[in-house]
Design a protein around this ligand. Structure first.
Ligand SMILES: [Cu+2]
Length: 414
């Protein structure tokens, strides 16, 4: 009986150990990193990212990949977000698991903040160089001063190799090639150690002798002067003069070693080129738009007028990074993130070609788990029940036109 008891005790201990270990090693994979928790109407009414392309899904350390695409700065920008007059094209990753080797908007390098205009569409590209092995969810994002981070779609990218082999060489204008990963580290360590050491030495000098009670008593007894001997004064002077001398000498030697230095380069970049988007030859009027609570779809009644010279069909509705597609009209070929791609998520009551000059009122349903997973359904909690998005129409030759829509989105309850 006792043996059995021991066995049970032992086994339960082992089970406990396994559970604890498993819990320690269990890291649930988050598929979104921040954007889900942001107000749905803000995500739908600020920046629309589209035509995104991640050049690779797996990159060895030191290799590069690019994320490119376009973004439309929505004209009906929310009041609570400052206008994107001072914005910064960022990348959403957990620390520098990649380094940003370059980023461009409209063909211009944008290492600084830029001014963006409401209603404009811009083309961007970010060049990333892999640094740390792992699976990383890489987002495009825009930081808006006075507004916060506006997070674009994220895609999983795997970095392979070892971080120890990462290098970040640059050639300076003085012709020297350095590795930014380690450049000047030794020097930084050296000087911090030197000054920290001098500080410790000063404290140690005084701490040789009793520090508190005897000194307190001496001061109280009116014998404070007896605590500081002439030698102490010489030592103090030595430290003072020595410190000034080291500062002056090391400053001179640094200037000698680096005779050419410039101040930090900063300042807003204005005049960023946007894309000249052709005026769409398609008119869309949202008659009404609703979403059921709870539910994972939104419905729109829209009147589409084709003012062009080729018959058109609706292929995609894009809002907050979620792409609802009508597979019969358009398919994604960019490897868009699965959780944001509703390949057959768009249903149009009558999606037969609309002939030139013709006008048709249709019911459009955008439906996918993403509506709930990305908490667009949480619009019910927002103080402004309006949505915005992009519609992509295709003509017979496959040419695409983008139409932006924006309307109130009214909840319906069972
Ligand atoms: Cu993420």
């Amino acid at each position: 009986m006792k043996i059995l008891k021991d066995k049970v005790a032992k086994l339960s201990f082992v089970a406990l150990l396994i559970t604890v270990t498993a819990a320690m090693f269990y890291t649930p994979t988050a598929s979104a990193h921040g954007e889900k928790s942001q107000a749905a109407f803000m995500r739908m009414r600020t920046i629309h990212w589209f035509d995104l392309n991640w050049s690779k899904e797996e990159v060895p350390v030191n290799d590069t990949m690019t994320i490119s695409g376009k973004f439309f700065v929505f004209s009906g920008w929310p009041e609570t977000v400052d206008k994107p007059e001072i914005s910064f094209l960022n990348i959403g990753i957990p620390g520098p698991v990649f380094i940003r080797a370059g980023s461009w908007i409209g063909g211009q390098l944008v290492p600084r903040s830029v001014s963006l205009e409401l209603g404009e569409t811009y083309e961007f590209k970010v060049l990333l160089k892999a640094r740390r092995p792992g699976d990383w969810h890489v987002h495009t994002m825009m930081n808006v001063k006075g507004g916060g981070p506006i997070i674009g779609p994220g895609k999983w990218v795997t970095v392979t190799g070892s971080m120890g082999s990462f290098v970040n060489p640059i050639t300076t204008l003085t012709g020297e090639t350095i590795d930014l990963e380690t450049y000047n580290l030794g020097n930084t360590y050296f000087w911090h150690a030197v000054w920290y050491g001098i500080g410790l030495a000063w404290m140690a000098y005084w701490m040789r002798k009793p520090m508190f009670v005897p000194r307190l008593l001496a001061v109280d007894a009116g014998k404070a002067d007896s605590l500081i001997s002439p030698t102490d004064r010489k030592v103090a002077l030595g430290f003072a003069v020595g410190t000034i001398a080291i500062v002056a000498m090391s400053m001179a030697s640094t200037n000698e070693k680096f005779p050419i230095t410039t101040p930090l380069q900063a300042g807003l970049l204005r005049g960023i080129k946007s894309i000249d988007m052709p005026v769409p030859t398609i008119g869309v009027k949202i008659e009404d738009a609703t979403y059921r609570v709870p539910g994972r779809a939104m419905q729109m009644t829209m009147t589409v007028t084709n003012n062009g010279d080729s018959a058109i069909r609706l292929g995609e509705f894009n809002t907050a990074g979620v792409r609802f597609m009508d597979a019969a009209v358009s398919q994604d070929e960019s490897g868009y993130p699965d959780d944001l791609l509703a390949e057959e998520g768009l249903t149009v009551s009558d999606n037969s070609p609309i002939a030139p000059g013709q006008s048709r009122t249709v019911q459009v349903t955008a439906s996918d788990a993403a509506w709930e997973v990305y908490r667009l359904a949480d619009l019910i909690y927002d103080p402004d029940s309006r949505f915005a998005g992009l519609l992509f129409f295709y003509d017979e030759a496959g040419n695409r036109q983008m139409v932006t829509i924006d309307a109130p989105l009214i909840p319906t309850f069972i």
